[in-house]
Design a protein around this ligand. Structure first.
Ligand code: SF4
Length: 335
């Protein structure tokens, strides 16, 4: 990744949840940056820290969660130390977020038109009624909703799941954000609608030039859309690279497992190979590599020592002892 032109930069971010059972290290020292107009896919299973790291950007970490280390900057400005009004402006205008289930974000007692108007007012202040209506119709058309004028007076329950997600995207776009964070935006939808929403996001990204952070458990979702991919496991970034790097030269055993678990659309009846083992227990993190208990290549060194983050010449990185010549040469394989 070229780091000269950063819109967003996250450095050594650590987020923990302080629960009665102990400290849950949800995000454990991650760093990445996002350039304007780029699509970054963040991939990992539940508990990997992919959503928590993104919620930290927009200030959505509430007690018992806390950012305990690192920095998050937007256009060079430190987000956690912004004033309240700067944060409001940032969260409403510069960055917007869409979630898996639009029903949790849409208010069932207000019309779609009212809710889009509210988002427009947040960005542009008290515009004239006609201007707001015009902009609302434009936004609904942009997200592919037919008869937008009529739809403005409908309530969320009158929309299908796919249309609700489109309406959410329209609301998110009302402030013309520079970054859209999409957290599993298609997980609750059926396959055909999923494809349509991804196509829509791609199309909007091209038209508006905004950057997108696409969070998903499904590597297949980001294959077509992302420029760069981050793979997270146990609160750490275990691999980071371009889409080409990740799919054609995966370095980390977890990434390889994710790729093996994708359906092969070219081979009829091909078997999905799930990654064996259970997701990591964040309350009891292993001493060494977080993936060690599930890794088919695990060596002795992996159990007791955290691997370094190895970087290839093109910026492709992976957190794995397999990339360390000394480990491969000197350490006995345990499995
Ligand atoms: Fe597997 Fe060791 Fe690499 Fe971890 S460091 S992914 S256990 S080979």
């Amino acid at each position: 990744m070229n780091n000269n032109n950063k819109l967003l930069e996250i450095k050594d971010l650590e987020v923990s949840f302080f629960t009665p059972a102990g400290e849950v290290k949800a995000v454990n020292g991650i760093s990445y940056s996002l350039e304007p107009g780029k699509v970054l896919g963040i991939v990992g299973e539940s508990g990997s820290g992919k959503s928590v790291s993104s919620y930290s950007i927009i200030g959505l970490i509430d007690k018992p969660g806390k950012i305990i280390g690192g920095s998050i900057t937007f256009e060079g400005k430190d987000i956690p130390t912004m004033t309240k009004s700067e944060k409001l402006k940032f969260a409403g205008n510069d960055v917007a977020m869409i979630f898996q289930d639009p029903m949790t974000s849409l208010n069932p007692v207000f019309t779609i038109g009212n809710q889009i108007a509210e988002s427009i007012r947040h960005k542009y202040g008290n515009l004239k009624k006609e201007e707001i209506k015009k902009r609302s119709i434009e936004l609904l058309s942009l997200v592919g909703i037919n008869e937008p004028e009529r739809r403005l007076s409908q309530y969320p329950h009158e929309f299908s799941g796919g249309m609700r997600q489109r309406a959410m995207i329209a609301m998110a776009l009302a402030g013309s954000p520079k970054i859209l964070i999409a957290d599993e935006p298609t997980t609750a939808l059926d396959v055909t609608i999923q494809a349509q929403i991804l196509e829509l996001l791609k199309d909007i990204q091209k038209k508006t030039g905004m950057a997108i952070v696409l969070i998903t458990h499904d590597l297949g979702i980001v294959a077509d859309m992302a420029d760069d991919i981050i793979v997270m496991y146990g609160g750490k970034i275990v691999e980071q690279g371009t889409v080409y790097n990740i799919f054609h030269n995966p370095l980390h055993p977890y990434t390889k497992g994710l790729i093996r678990s994708l359906p092969d659309l070219n081979t009829k009846g091909s078997k999905l190979i799930p990654i064996p083992g259970n997701p990591i227990d964040l309350l009891h993190l292993p001493k060494g590599c977080p993936f060690a208990p599930r890794c088919e290549y695990c060596m002795k060194v992996c159990i007791n020592h955290m691997p370094a983050n190895y970087e290839e010449a093109d910026g492709h990185t992976a957190l794995c002892w397999l990339l360390d010549e000394r480990a491969k040469a000197n350490v006995e394989v345990t499995k």
